[in-house]
Write a protein that binds this ligand. Structure first.
Ligand code: 13P
Ligand code: SF4
Length: 317
């Protein structure tokens, strides 16, 4: 199916008939981002899902995001256009693994990235996203141990920013971001000496970027470690003419819309998440026509998970 005018019209009409709000993550393909009512990062979309008065949420993103919407709004119907849209990072820790880790560190506060299953969130004290991970950890008393999961690179970023040494970090990673590596970034930065670097904290190259700044290859103020939503804000503020972007390439669409005069270049053009791209124009249409794939979370897990997601949403509001 081509995302043409007839497609757009049918999508909008079916959404109206279902009283559905369409949410799209910044990594979705451009046609999906453009048809959505709201496009944003995972924190912004969670907040919108919680506040929306639509009776149905169609989540164009990956499964844990739709599950988070269901946890926050259990009375709503939550649809994901393709339930197979998983996440390699969310798969890197299970509820049982987290329970075993907690047993090794009694009394520690568990902070989980929102890229986790409902079962993991149910074992968590406070969730976080890339845009508020530092604030969430900073809200925990200094003398309490912290277990941070599942992303090792975001964990390293939080350790660096908070200066705390009582944070234990799980060794998970996102295969897309881990693949955006330091040597590649260094090469691109050397070829574009005036460019800003926008780097998602899940990237394997975030530490390398700070290293480049430390050795003077790139001015420190040009290295910006940002969530996808904060990249859009930074795009509106920067004076740079070129920006090198280290994250999933779907992000380039929102950045180019936000600041058309800037030349945004991917650090790694192959950094495409195949799970995010399962939400095709055809899948979205099928979802709205047939009311599929519905996301369910059992009530007890949802209630426990909700407490940790709610704490996250309250921080920094
Ligand atoms: P954010 O939108 O919170 O930056 O998350 C990035 C991500 O990898 C989601 O899959
Ligand atoms: Fe998961 Fe990585 Fe895809 Fe985001 S980009 S959904 S973290 S696999």
């Amino acid at each position: 199916i081509e995302p043409d005018a007839a497609w757009a019209e049918e999508v909008r009409e079916l959404a109206r008939q279902r009283d559905a709000v369409l949410l799209a993550h910044n990594y979705q393909s451009p046609a999906i981002q453009d048809i959505a009512d709201h496009t944003g990062d995972s924190l912004a979309l969670s907040r919108i899902a919680a506040a929306s008065d639509a009776s149905t949420i169609v989540f164009c993103g990956v499964h844990f995001m739709a599950e988070t919407a269901k946890i926050l709004a259990p009375e709503k119907t939550v649809l994901i256009p393709d339930a197979r849209a998983g996440c390699s990072l969310a798969d890197s820790i299970t509820g049982a693994q987290l329970r075993a880790w907690k047993a090794e560190h009694p009394g520690a506060v568990v902070v989980s990235y929102v890229n986790t299953t409902a079962e993991v969130k149910a074992e968590t004290d406070i969730c976080c996203t890339s845009s508020n991970a530092v604030d969430v950890v900073a809200s925990i008393p200094e003398d309490r141990e912290v277990l941070f999961c599942p992303d090792q690179f975001l964990g390293a970023h939080v350790k660096r920013e908070t200066g705390r040494d009582n944070i234990h970090v799980w060794a998970g990673e996102c295969h897309v971001h881990a693949g955006i590596n330091g040597p590649e970034l260094a090469e691109r930065a050397a070829a574009n000496p005036d460019a800003d670097l926008f780097i998602h904290p899940e990237c394997g190259c975030a530490t390398s970027a700070l290293y480049l700044a430390g050795e003077g290859t790139v001015p420190r103020e040009k290295v910006k470690i940002l969530s996808t939503g904060d990249m859009v804000h930074a795009a509106r503020d920067t004076k740079a003419k070129t920006v090198l972007v280290a994250t999933e390439i779907g992000m380039l669409h929102q950045l180019r819309k936000a600041a058309p005069e800037i030349d945004f270049r991917a650090v790694n053009e192959r950094a495409s998440c195949r799970y995010m791209k399962m939400i095709t124009p055809a899948a979205l249409l099928r979802s709205l026509r047939e009311g599929v794939d519905e996301v369910h979370v059992d009530l007890e897990t949802a209630a426990r998970a909700r407490a940790s997601v709610q704490r996250m949403i309250e921080i920094g509001q």
